[in-house]
Design a protein. Structure first.
Length: 574
């Protein structure tokens, strides 16, 4: 694999510049070209060497060719000396820019010779004020001039408590400016996406008042600020004179991201109800993360970064398990959560492996984490929408029978009636009542009465299909709306239900039902309430005639001049 990376790196260099041994030959229109294959490196384990010593023959001999496609060393306490040589074969001086793409290097020193051959040092890094940089950009950019027909060697010293990622490249000034414009545009789109998600979900929170939105917005904000610190954007624009705050904000925001992310996942996946054991582990993780985040600004930066990196991987796996359990147990919002979390977990693994030096530092391993995070945020926003629909749906469901409740029926009946009137189609309504329910409660107990209600609900769910709408109207009374169903068809369905109920074997507890049927056909009713009252009156007559039967509403029964005169009957109390 390393050999393949090296071949592709050399091919890329051949397109942009030519390599002679450890020397890179540059041209006036040089495209961004990686310097990694031509680097010479020396690891200074004690961090005690100075530039004068590096110039001595003894240490020059110890600067060995790197020859690898990437130079990242994880969390290393060593300082690293880097040297590279550029060759200008043209007849004119060349102005070039040397770029270090990873902005979280604590101390970065750069040495280059001036026109008189004297060494000039630029001391910068994210532990030094932002003004220490030659160009006030989020990445480290060093401007060099290569005289005509010359070779020049340049030196850098890296020292950092965080991950040691050496990502050097060189380009001409004009080509870098075009790349800079594109980078700024992409960063604007990226952080704009985070801001849009926060504002959009803030308005939704104001409408819905669901605390999951609070956790989501905290997650998005802390994640966005974390990436701002990771990319050097906050150091550049927010606190350029405060290197301490620029560094501690990274670990602090990572801690807040983990806390809000875990809490959001527990809420969106209904962890307490659907995955209680995993939820307990997530809660234990929170008890660890909250104090760690609180002390992170005052503890060792290296220790905190390493600790939070490990906890990021642990939290990702734990919440993936929680999402999977919630999904298997029927949570709709967990579907979107799982898609987003799987994408994020894959990128987190890549980034963690890169951070510890197990994968090379390149554009993919450095940016995949950030791109996947924004994709995850969008999918989690969809998960919130699915959660709202789930909550709304639960508000229309009767917990005992698992049918829709009376509130939903009273909303849907006028809509279905209006549609049937506009489309000149039939609409039938069955009003079903469990016979002698009070006697069942008195003789068998209320627990058996609840089982009877649940059994009727399960039977109705098995016997009817969409667009049929089945509801528990109240007590032992049920309502079934049958769109595009004639009176004859409705009577057949009602009779089948009567027979099926009588066949139920519920601990030797006999069950029968009475059903009243009414149908809206040929404009025989003027309003939905008239249809309901006609079915209700037919049910009343079925009970008068001995129960365990179906009675179809007669068009003239209980009406005068087409207007119902019966009073609306409330359901019997359990």
């Amino acid at each position: 694999m390393k050999r393949a990376f090296t071949i592709w790196g050399l091919l890329l260099l051949c397109l942009c510049g030519r390599v002679y041994g450890e020397t890179l030959t540059v041209t006036p229109d040089l495209q961004p070209t990686s310097l990694t294959p031509v680097l010479r490196l020396l690891e200074d384990r004690g961090g005690e060497l100075d530039f004068a010593q590096i110039q001595s023959p003894q240490y020059q001999a110890r600067l060995t060719s790197w020859g690898q496609p990437a130079a990242n060393f994880g969390y290393s306490r060593s300082a690293y000396w880097v040297a590279f040589t550029l060759r200008n074969p043209t007849e004119q001086p060349l102005s070039l820019l040397v770029r270090q793409d990873y902005p979280l290097i604590d101390y970065l020193d750069f040495w280059a010779q001036d026109s008189d051959g004297n060494w000039q040092r630029t001391a910068t890094g994210d532990r030094r004020p932002f003004a220490s940089r030659q160009l006030e950009l989020r990445e480290f950019i060093f401007s060099v001039t290569l005289p005509a027909q010359s070779e020049r060697t340049f030196y850098l010293r890296y020292a950092s408590q965080g991950a040691m990622n050496i990502g050097l490249s060189v380009t001409s000034e004009t080509n870098y400016l075009s790349k800079l414009e594109l980078d700024q545009l992409l960063l604007g789109i990226y952080y704009g996406g985070f801001l849009v998600l926060v504002i959009y979900n803030l308005f939704l929170f104001m409408a819905v008042r669901d605390r999951a939105y609070v956790y989501y917005m905290g997650y998005v904000l802390s994640y966005g600020l974390y990436f701002g610190a990771l990319n050097g954007v906050t150091f550049q624009f927010v606190w350029p004179e405060n290197p301490w705050l620029a560094n501690v904000s990274l670990v602090f925001m990572l801690g807040l991201t983990l806390i809000s992310g875990v809490q959001f996942a527990r809420e969106i996946c209904a962890g307490r109800q659907l995955a209680p054991r995993t939820d307990k582990l997530a809660r234990l993780l929170l008890y660890i993360l909250i104090p760690l985040t609180a002390i992170s600004p005052f503890a060792s930066y290296r220790l905190m970064v390493t600790t939070f990196t490990v906890f990021t991987l642990v939290a990702s796996v734990l919440l993936l398990v929680m999402g999977a359990i919630s999904l298997l147990r029927g949570s709709i919002s967990a579907r979107y959560f799982m898609m987003g979390w799987i994408a994020l977990l894959a990128s987190v693994i890549v980034y963690v492996f890169k951070t510890f030096g197990w994968l090379p530092h390149n554009a993919f391993t450095h940016n995949a984490f950030q791109v996947a995070a924004l994709i995850e945020m969008m999918l989690l926003s969809l998960a919130l929408g699915a959660r709202v629909n789930e909550i709304r749906k639960r508000g229309y469901i009767d917990e005992l029978s698992h049918l829709h409740n009376r509130r939903y029926f009273e909303e849907q009946l006028p809509r279905e009636f209006s549609f049937a009137a506009r489309s000149s189609t039939s609409l039938s309504l069955l009003m079903l009542d469990l016979d002698h329910f009070k006697a069942i409660n008195d003789h068998y107990g209320h627990r058996q009465g609840d089982r009877a209600i649940r059994a009727i609900g399960d039977l109705i769910l098995k016997q009817v299909r969409k667009p049929v709408l089945a509801c528990r109207y109240g007590g032992e009374e049920f309502a079934i709306l049958l769109p595009r169903t004639s009176e004859e068809q409705a009577a057949v369905i009602a009779q089948r239900l009567v027979c099926k109920v009588a066949e139920l074997d519920l601990y030797e507890m006999p069950l029968t039902v009475s059903i009243g049927v009414a149908s809206f056909e040929r404009d025989n009713f003027e309003a939905a309430l008239q249809l309901f009252e006609a079915a209700d009156m037919a049910l009343y007559r079925a009970k008068q005639q001995g129960r365990n039967r179906v009675v179809v509403s007669a068009p003239d029964a209980g009406q005068a001049d087409g207007v119902a005169v019966t009073k609306r009957r409330e359901p019997a109390k359990v």
